[in-house]
Write a protein that binds this ligand. Sequence first.
Ligand SMILES: *Cc1c(COP(=O)(O)O)cnc(C)c1O
Length: 454
Amino acid sequence: MTTSVSQPKSTDEWILRSLASVWHPCTQMKHHEQMPLVTIARGKGAWLYDDQDKPILDCISSWWTNLFGHSNLFINQRIQAQLEKIEHVMLAGFTHQPVIELSERLSALTQHRLGHAFYASDGASAVEIALKMSHHYWQLAGKPEKSRFVCLQNSYHGETLGALAVTDVPLFRTAYGSLLSDVFTVMSPDSRQAQDGESEAEVALRAAHELEKLLQREHHHIAALILEPLVQCAGQMAMHPPIYLQRARALCDQYGVHLIADEIAVGCGRTGKFFACEHAGIWPDFITLSKGISGGYLPLSLCLTTDAIYQAFYSDDTARGFLHSHSYTGNPLACAAALACLDLFASENVLECNLQRAHDLASAFTWTKSDKRIKYLRQQGMILAFDVVPDALNKPGTFAREIFTRGIEEGILVRPIGSTVYVMPPYILSADETMEMGQRIQQVVEDVLHAQKP
Ligand SMILES: *Cc1c(COP(=O)(O)O)cnc(C)c1O
């Protein structure tokens, strides 16, 4: 059998072959008749290089995964060293040093409140694990009627069927509605909903009050509340203050409902603390992590939980165990990448240095404040976002793609969500690079808005 592939002669040929054989994620493939498909040949630091060696600044950390740049020598080395020892072994009946060390260090980062780590490969799987564990816990506790979940409006927790059920994004959900379990959806604390004179905290308390009413009425049927602390990332980077998390924790305690903090996007230092929940001084019953945990190198996800949950499953009876697995659970190479990242957090003082980087980020986008076509400039640590007002757009449906396309020409990777433009850069940008990012985005937004003029 020959499987050799001939070397294409041109970029165009690569693209045609990709479009013929690769079905790209989260994409209406027909849009690629207009939108460029970019062939990336290599990466270094915050820059990606296409096959003509044109540099593109990765303003969104390659879908929020890449924390310390592409082809980071330190992480490369650590993965190579692990590769010499063992690339993979099943985690049922076996264990290995990288997975043990990673679990212990993550436990320590939660002050040992969530000291049990269950591994998977993708974010959505970690969400499935948290949902299943909570659901199963209540059966084991003799309360099988506590079986349903609560999510926030505008939530996103992944696209497998369980995770999609607690995702409130019609575009992702609608076609699969009949496959999804019934959930309760409550008001989002999104600060953009502030009415005249209402503060962010007041919006959050209004949302918490809605949650309270639901829990009062339905807590006998509710297993857990799942939310993204501080920023609903895929939900147009909607932000809320920590007081909502404090109220949610208190209400979950009061009504005997688990709290699942999905920190897949907001964890790993993105909001300024290692876990976003730390801003509120609370600990949930489950934390899901993925994306940044392996620095954007290898698929790794996990669900951290408490000893109380773990002990409920601990029994002589096999069926009381948590019988869930994925083939690549706890992959040693991915764990080695994650350990390298945790080492970098410590040795480079990343959380502290990010205070300055977040400050640089704010400076790079002050231009948005004087532009009447832009509103809701908002920032939480290393996430900055703003919205373009509907009146400035003739074809709102194509705005995001036009920004992406124009951005690639300008040498930046930005991928707006609807009319929300955001950046979520790796934690390695220099002040100059940050400024340049802001300027290039200004140019791109200006060009697209000019072309879109209603
Ligand atoms: C990306 C994301 C997920 C899903 O992770 P995948 O690895 O894409 O399956 C879940 N929750 C949140 C908050 C995310 O941002």
